[in-house]
Design a protein around this ligand. Structure first.
Ligand code: MGD
Ligand code: MGD
Ligand code: SF4
Ligand code: MO
Length: 670
């Protein structure tokens, strides 16, 4: 029952998470007092998560940045003084104008990620702002770009199945994804399939919480899945478990693939993957004989040198078995490509031919000295980018002018010269195009911006004015920006319900009758394009180059993974609020590796490679296997920081980075 002075406001979670849950904020006298899942939302069904259930603590946290700040102490010290907007804007305008004058526009670099993945607050007016300056352009991706590029090499685009269709499957393979943690609202759909007799297989080097809930857990060595997949193809073809009709109508290169995998037997793969021959045979048989079969994957496997090849190879499996023909069959990763006809964020693009800088090599770019002004928003690169010491050294450059827009004083913000305070999702307009389901989410601001915080869009408007940019686009308000990018969308309906389904048929079976987005409409089992680019026209397994020499292997015998591990963190957000409850950071090691090093539970251990050295508490774990270690990711710098150790080699294609191809050694601290 509504009470006087109390209103409810519909919104959508902005976090970089596939679930994009709908929410309802209860506001009393201008203060948000309650945040709950929107019970009408067809996908998230009234539930948020342990992170966002506490979102109001974040919004009203005493550490929120509420005013512009100007640095007073050394970079990284966190010493700032409060400034007025006018003072902070003029300082930025003066310094940036000077940089452009002396070094040219390309000496300015924007760096942003998906801290909010909202349509306009992630990236919109910034594109115009930086194009006006002639700034360098950011390329690559920490998340998603490589997976999409890999799938596109086989299908012509990243388009895959609607994840919710998993509920119709009989065999579900969760391949390199930790659904119950990272995509928790999909789990009820998987449970529904299970009640109807589906079997759930998890393939992961770590026995995750999701693996613990599976019917069948397969634990290959990290980074070896491509060999596993090739051996599955070998069995499917050898035992004639393929859908020959589908393949002949809708794929090219089958004969080449058949010849290619003829020798890639389960025996060959078993050695590489560290799994039993019988397990590969069994999975191949199960996959080749069960319909509908549904593969769910997300991001975990793209963080490898062969990140794109993983997805390109995986995409071949449902083509061979014709799984795409069946409702509840196929493969799902991101549904981003499904919204492309309706969400035209390209309207914000402004043509620019300036030089490109990989977001994964921020530190390297800064250390090259060619960047003199850096803007960071929606991201915490000191924590999220690999080889963190390079980022730190880059940010420390005295002659670098750094501007950060943030809600909190993150490690990255500590290196800023000027910090602008940002609103949260409760305080600004946006629309959230989800990557895990087919609903667009509306986000109505529930409360007024706290202190002097502004939405990112407003920051670009103010900066543009301070720099004398006359472009009338900067006068466009947020609602108009949103509407300009949405085509054929019932905005009023979305606003009244909090969500609207994309204009798509109820049942999506994208490739039931072929129709791949390749030039000839067929899935590319053999890809001339990849052949030309030197990746091989057929999928190949290559061991990671990290530790390729036996000498390096001997020095660093442990493979280190740094996955998301926390129910209460979202990437590097919340770790400064909920860190203690998450029992870390720690170094998780297999008991056999621990005993070989004299390491006991709780001991302090040194973990190192040529990039860095950390001291952490040891946690002996049955989740791993010998040779594999884990440091959970997401903690800030004052705790031991996993990305100090990680590998910043770029992925084969797609512009991602190989965090997980990292080797280390560990020893007990005496
Ligand atoms: N070792 C290792 N490294 C990883 C990963 C891993 O698994 N292991 N995962 C990678 C992946 S997949 C990702 S997506 C990245 C994520 O990398 P992070 O940068 O950690 O991402 P988030 O924590 O989502 O958000 C970053 C910041 O955005 C800010 N923010 C949120 N909303 C707004 C807003 O409206 N305006 C402004 N100005 N700021 C806002 C938040 O306060 C937060 O500090 O990390 C990558 N790095
Ligand atoms: N609670 C929580 N939820 C989140 C996030 C969070 O930080 N916390 N982050 C969000 C973001 S930005 C993203 S991108 C998604 C990511 O969602 P996921 O992709 O599901 O998560 P990851 O932890 O990156 O990786 C999933 C699994 O891949 C496995 N993996 C890594 N390498 C390999 C390999 O070579 N082979 C196989 N078979 N498995 C491998 C890891 O062990 C891990 O268990 O999660 C989102 N959801
Ligand atoms: S972080 Fe993910 S699971 Fe949690 S409320 Fe946001 S969208 Fe939902
Ligand atoms: Mo991500």
């Amino acid at each position: 029952m509504s009470q006087p002075g109390r209103t409810t406001v519909l919104g959508t979670c902005h976090h970089d998470c596939p679930d994009s849950c709908g929410w309802v904020a209860t506001v009393e006298n201008g203060v948000a007092i309650k945040l709950r899942g929107n019970p009408d939302h067809p996908y998230s069904r009234g539930e948020l998560c342990p992170k966002v259930n506490r979102f109001l603590n974040r919004v009203y946290h005493p550490d929120r940045l509420l005013y512009p700040l100007i640095r007073t102490g050394p970079k990284g010290s966190g010493e700032f003084r409060r400034a007025s907007w006018d003072e902070a804007l003029s300082l930025v305008a003066d310094r940036v104008s000077a940089v452009v004058k002396v070094h040219g526009g390309e000496a300015v670099l924007p760096w942003w990620d998906a801290g909010t993945q909202g349509l306009i607050q992630m990236s919109s007016l910034d594109r115009r702002f930086f194009a006006n300056l002639g700034a360098s352009r950011l390329t690559g991706s920490l998340c998603g770009g490589t997976a999409k590029a890999g799938l596109a090499s086989t299908y012509g685009s990243g388009l895959g199945a609607d994840p919710a269709e998993v509920r119709h499957a009989k065999l579900i393979i969760l391949w390199a994804t930790n659904t119950r943690l990272t995509n928790r609202h999909l789990w009820p759909f998987i449970d529904e399939a299970r009640k109807n007799g589906a079997k759930v297989v998890v393939i992961d080097p770590i026995k995750t919480m999701t693996a613990g809930s599976a019917d069948w857990f397969i634990q290959p060595l990290p980074g070896t899945d491509i060999a596993f997949m090739l051996a599955i193809m070998h069995v499917l073809i050898r035992d004639d478990l393929i859908d020959r009709d589908y393949v002949s109508k809708h794929a090219t290169g089958f004969d080449e693939l058949k010849a290619h995998v003829a020798d890639l037997t389960p025996e060959w793969a078993a050695d590489i993957c560290g799994v039993e021959v019988s397990e590969i045979e069994a999975l191949a048989r199960e996959y080749g004989t069960t319909a509908p079969s549904f593969i769910r994957t997300l991001i975990g496997a793209e963080h490898r040198e062969q990140g794109a090849m993983f997805f390109r190879t995986l995409a071949i499996l449902p083509v061979l078995t014709g799984a795409w023909r069946h409702r509840g069959g196929g493969l799902a990763r991101s549904v981003g490509s499904w919204s492309a006809d309706q969400v035209k964020e390209e309207v914000f693009d402004v043509p620019s031919e300036t030089r490109q800088v990989s977001m994964n090599h921020l530190g390297r770019a800064l250390l090259e000295d060619r960047i003199h002004a850096l803007f960071v928003w929606n991201g915490n690169p000191l924590i999220s980018v690999p080889s963190a010491d390079l980022t730190r050294r880059g940010l420390q450059r005295e002659d670098l002018f750094t501007v950060v827009s943030e809600q909190f004083l993150t490690d990255t913000a500590r290196y800023a010269d000027v910090i602008f305070p940002a609103t949260t999702e409760l305080e600004h307009f946006d629309v959230i195009p989800a990557w895990g389901h087919l609903y667009l989410g509306w986000n109505e601001p529930a409360i007024k911006p706290l202190g002097e915080t502004v939405p990112n869009t407003e920051l670009w408007r103010r900066l543009a004015r301070a720099l004398g940019m006359a472009d009338p686009e900067f006068d466009t308000d947020d609602e108009t920006l949103i509407r300009s990018a949405l085509v054929d969308t019932d905005v009023e309906l979305m606003r009244s319900k909090g969500y609207v389904r994309l204009n798509l048929p109820e049942v999506l079976m994208p490739y039931a009758e072929g129709g791949f987005a390749t030039a000839d409409g067929r899935a590319a089992l053999y890809s001339p394009g990849l052949e030309q680019q030197g990746h091989g026209g057929l999928p190949v397994f290559r061991p990671s180059r990290e530790g390729v020499t036996s000498e390096a292997r001997a020095r660093f015998p442990l493979m280190l993974m740094t996955p998301k591990n926390h129910t209460r963190f979202l990437n590097s957000s919340y770790s400064h609020h909920h860190g203690e409850k998450e029992d870390g950071p720690y170094f998780e090691i297999d008991p056999a590796d621990a005993s070989a090093r004299g390491i006991g539970e709780g001991d302090h251990v040194r973990v190192w490679n040529d990039r860095a050295e950390l001291t952490l508490r040891a946690k002996l774990s049955a989740r791993l296997r010998p040779g594999l270690a884990v440091i959970p990711w997401g903690w800030w710098m004052d705790a031991a920081h996993a990305n100090a150790l990680t590998n910043d080699t770029l992925t084969d294609w797609g512009g991602g980075v190989a965090y997980s191809d990292t080797l280390v050694e560990a020893a007990r601290v005496e």
